[in-house]
Design a protein around this ligand. Structure first.
Ligand SMILES: [Zn+2]
Length: 147
């Protein structure tokens, strides 16, 4: 996955398994810092690596270009990624491009957002809603939903 350097704007290719790590820019060695924006899932293999290797929980938005509510929720996910940077990785998965992954999780309506912890589904929410509502319903941010 591609991350732009905040200092020199170089494009850095970061393996899915290292997205949560303290990566440095290949050009200028500036720390890229925690992810502050959603990333795009590029392949089924990339998805598997991301959810299974990430030390942070991964919130995956299953969406499609033709889906109006998906467009409505996209800026909410951007806000969520910024607000919970370093706490969660937000990823967007195009269900048209990767139907096999959507099928594996029985995605019937979109947008559906699934929170993965250590590779396993921990929470799921469907439909467009504000970012704080998404976070609350999957148990992210704020006081711990469980011990
Ligand atoms: Zn740089």
């Amino acid at each position: 996955m591609i991350r732009r350097c905040p200092r020199c704007d170089a494009k850095n290719r970061i393996p899915e398994a290292k997205l949560d790590a303290a990566a440095l820019c290949g050009q200028c060695r500036t720390p890229l810092g925690p992810l502050t924006a959603p990333i795009a899932v590029e392949s089924a293999a990339g998805f598997d690596t991301l959810v299974s290797k990430s030390s942070l929980p991964v919130l995956v938005d299953f969406w499609a270009a033709w889906c109006g509510p998906c467009r409505a929720v996209a800026p909410e996910l951007e806000k969520l990624a910024e607000r919970l940077a370093g706490e969660v990785v937000v990823a967007r998965l195009d269900t048209e491009a990767l139907p096999q992954v959507a099928g594996r999780y029985g995605i019937r309506s979109i947008p559906t957002m699934i929170l993965f912890r250590e590779g396993a589904e921990a929470a799921r929410v469907s439909g467009a809603m504000p970012h704080d509502e998404i976070a609350r319903r999957v148990g992210l941010g704020g006081p711990r939903a469980r011990v």
